[in-house]
Design a protein around this ligand. Structure first.
Ligand code: PMP
Length: 457
């Protein structure tokens, strides 16, 4: 293996010595068999010892068409012959312009403008700041009391302060309480962990009713409501009741608030439509896109907004309507070139039809896992799924979190040359959209093997 002169052992030593990893408990990091990735090839990651692993989580949900994908590689290389980066502050570049036009062609009709940033968190943070400023400037500020944001329990929109403030995962978020702003927290769509005397249908109805009640209670003060369409991802791959998004969008609209859809995880084809909201025919005020936008190559994000929102920001500079937000690498040309090549692949390879087909393949392959004595729930949306492991599904008894069952199952899956990363005891499947049917088999087999290796049956 070409590690460019450094052995795996040397790299591991320096990694332990110098690198602080995100979302990683370092006291046990090395025990959980981290890869030292030196290359990627198609749907596989290549470790410094030369072993190949199927990338079952698409490098944390962003890799859509494999590593070293020829068309994207070519676009990036070609871009280097022109320019790597120039600023978008008061300036533009050809790749950013073309990408914006192309993205809007795919996006819901309500959206007319693209504001770039670098990651999913900032794409949401920007939508929130835009919403707040919109109400200060729209209609002479007639509704400038709209300063509150609503998120859902169990939601995750990233790690910046605004995103964390509307987030709802206590494990990640509660520690930062003193630096957050107050927001309204709607109910959680988690229905699996319901009381024994409640049916799933009742739990779903209760969720919808509580959502409505929360919007009703805070209607006039709400600047915007933030929802992850399709699935709450980091919250544990949680699905919503059928038709919820459409219902919620109407409810938010009736309350006069703006709707921010965080499609950082579920956008870019994962649902079988380019954007998950299009599966339910919902037109948001803001659509946040990141992760897969560049096919998983470089950090480019976009906040798509309506013309109505944009127009509230127009006026002579001295009126102070300008949106004062922007990052150094906003509209980065290499990233935008990768994103344009990614959209080309969507167009050339009929990706969405294939995702819809593979959604069924994945569902079929996961079906037998329902009979596994430690599988409590299987939730799928498009080509994304979560398999929730339980000590005893019948009594809905969880494993003790100190046992790190989910992490250990993923660790064991390495024996089968599969790379997975869980969310607690939920095993996550977010493969590249171009995954083959055989590789889907391999993923599911690795999960089954991993559970049997780790849990005493
Ligand atoms: N929103 C959602 C729905 C996400 O899943 C994530 C990341 N997992 C984010 C926002 C944050 O994106 P990033 O990590 O690129 O900041």
């Amino acid at each position: 293996m070409n590690t460019r002169g450094f052995s795996k052992q040397q790299l591991e030593q320096w990694d332990d010595r110098y690198v602080w990893h995100p979302f990683t408990p370092h006291s046990i990091y090395r025990d959980e068999r981290p890869l030292t990735v030196v290359a990627g090839e198609g749907h596989h990651l290549i470790d410094a010892d030369g072993t190949k692993y199927l990338d079952g989580v698409g490098s944390i949900w962003c890799n859509l068409f494999g590593h070293q994908r020829e068309e994207i590689d070519e676009a990036v290389r070609e871009q280097l012959d022109h320019i790597a980066h120039s600023t978008l502050l008061g300036n533009t570049n050809d790749r950013a312009v073309i990408l914006a036009k192309r993205l809007l062609e795919w996006a819901p009709d309500s959206l007319g403008k693209v504001f770039y940033s670098d990651n999913g968190s900032t794409s949401v943070e920007i939508a929130m700041k835009m919403a707040l400023q919109f109400w200060q400037q729209h209609d002479g500020g007639a509704e400038n009391q709209r300063t509150t944001f609503m998120g859902l329990s169990n939601a995750y929109s990233g790690d910046t302060i605004g995103a964390v403030s509307i987030g709802g995962i206590d494990l990640f978020h509660s520690r930062f309480g003193p630096m957050l702003f107050e927001s309204v927290r709607g109910p959680s769509p988690v229905t699996y962990h319901r009381p024994d005397n409640q049916t799933r249908a009742d739990a779903e109805q209760q969720f919808v009713d509580q959502f409505d009640a929360t919007v009703d209670e805070h209607g006039d003060e709400l600047a915007a409501v933030v929802i992850e369409p399709g699935m709450q991802g980091a919250g544990g791959m949680i699905t919503y009741p059928d038709g919820f998004l459409k219902h919620a969008a109407q409810k938010v609209r009736d309350a006069g608030a703006l709707l921010i859809l965080d499609e950082v995880a579920m956008g870019m084809g994962r649902s079988g439509e380019m954007f998950a909201c299009q599966r339910e025919g919902v037109d948001p005020d803001f659509l946040c896109v990141a992760k897969g936008l560049t096919g998983g190559y470089t950090p480019v994000a976009a906040t798509l907004a309506t013309d109505r929102v944009y127009e509230a920001f127009l006026g002579p500079p001295e009126e102070g309507r300008t949106f004062f937000h922007g990052h150094t690498y906003t509209g980065n040309a290499i990233g935008c070139a990768a994103a344009i090549a990614t959209l080309d692949i969507f167009e050339n390879d009929d990706v969405l039809a294939e995702v819809r087909r593979k959604e069924k393949v994945l569902a079929d392959r996961l079906e037998p896992l329902w009979d596994h004595p430690h599988v409590g729930d299987i939730r799928q949306y498009g080509l994304a799924a979560g398999v929730e492991l339980m000590a005893d599904p019948d009594s809905r008894t969880k494993f003790d979190s100190v046992d790190r069952i989910g992490a250990n199952v993923c660790c064991a899956a390495r024996d089968k040359h599969v790379f997975l990363r869980p969310l607690g005891d939920v095993i996550v499947l977010m493969p590249p959209l171009s995954i083959t049917d055989d590789e889907i088999d391999q993923l599911v087999e690795a999960i089954e093997y991993g559970i049997d290796e780790v849990v005493d049956l």
